[in-house]
Design a protein around this ligand. Structure first.
Ligand code: SAM
Length: 286
């Protein structure tokens, strides 16, 4: 029985032979920007939904999982993050989490498509509540151009909150991009990038490790977390740096003065424990 497109939004993951659907109340917006097609839906049970080029970006109900896990582990792994660069992240959920860290002095967010932010302000205002923070700067440019032109040693942490490695996001998974990230980070600087599904995209996840290491990062470490609206419901982020990526400021996590719905020091620790098949594949290929 074909899925009724009037009442269901479906993302088909062709190479996995699977699909994910949410029952919708209404389609609220659709536009083709110079970079991508953006759709906004109101769903029955997941609140608002944003899709870019047919791929789910986020929903009101479960985006906290992704935004907390893309931000807090890397920031609590760095000894003293002050200057943060977010590449992508146009919905501003990652920016909001980064700004919860009071010691951070400056966050520059660089998304290629200003419309993502404008639509997020309208349909996900809760994610944009920190956009007026004096420490935040929103820029709209290609992330690879930004890092190509950035000064050496100008950031402590780079968070790559990009779309998948297709279309405009493809350049953010390349040797050249990681080389520039390595150059613009200080010696103890850290990079973290959303690195797709350990279940569906293990070869791509491994390639990300290989390319990050070839670009000059001595160590790479994947962490995993649940993300119901993404293919397989199981997602990952990969850290890169020259320091021990499994050590973090646990005391600071335990005494953090801000709320999180998913992240805590136990989740931080367990998210670094990789399943056997992932660990084996990485060991065999790194
Ligand atoms: N949470 C989502 C996910 O994991 O798929 C990603 C969130 S965010 C909506 C992804 C952002 O990456 C989009 O706003 C898109 O405009 C941005 N993006 C894609 N390619 C880019 C590039 N080359 N430079 C900067 N931003 C880019």
């Amino acid at each position: 029985m074909p899925i009724d497109q009037q009442h269901w939004f479906t993302e088909i993951c062709d190479d996995a032979g699977s699909a994910f659907s949410l029952r919708i109340k209404a389609k609220l917006h659709e536009e083709q920007t110079p970079y991508q097609k953006i759709e906004i839906y109101e769903t029955e049970t997941f609140g608002m939904l944003m899709a870019i080029d047919g791929f789910v970006m986020l929903s009101t109900r479960d985006n906290f999982l992704y935004h907390e896990m893309l931000s807090h582990p890397v920031l609590f792994t760095h000894p003293a993050p002050r200057r943060v660069l977010i590449i992508g992240g146009g919905d501003c959920g990652t920016l909001r989490e980064v700004l919860r860290h009071s010691d951070i002095e400056q966050v520059q967010q660089v998304d290629i498509d200003e419309q993502v932010t404008r639509l997020s302000e309208q349909y996900f205002p809760e994610l944009c509540e920190a956009n007026g923070d004096a420490r935040a700067e929103l820029h709209f440019a290609d992330g690879i151009k930004w890092v190509r032109e950035a000064e050496a040693n100008s950031y402590d942490v780079i968070i790559v909150d990009s779309t998948d490695p297709v279309g405009p996001g493809e350049v953010l998974f390349t040797h050249e991009f990681y080389q520039h990230c390595r150059r613009v980070l200080g010696d103890d600087g850290l990079l973290v990038q959303q690195s797709e599904s350990p279940m569906y995209h293990l070869d791509l996840l491994t390639r990300i490790h290989q390319i990050m290491r070839a670009a000059g990062f001595a160590r790479t470490q994947t962490l995993t977390f649940p993300q119901p609206v993404y293919p397989s419901g199981w997602w990952s982020a990969t850290l890169a740096g020259n320091t021990d990526l499994t050590a973090f400021r646990q005391r600071d996590v335990e005494t953090r003065p801000f709320p999180t719905l998913y992240y805590n020091h136990r989740i931080h620790q367990t998210s670094l424990a990789l399943p056997g098949f992932v660990e084996q594949h990485l060991q065999e290929n790194l």
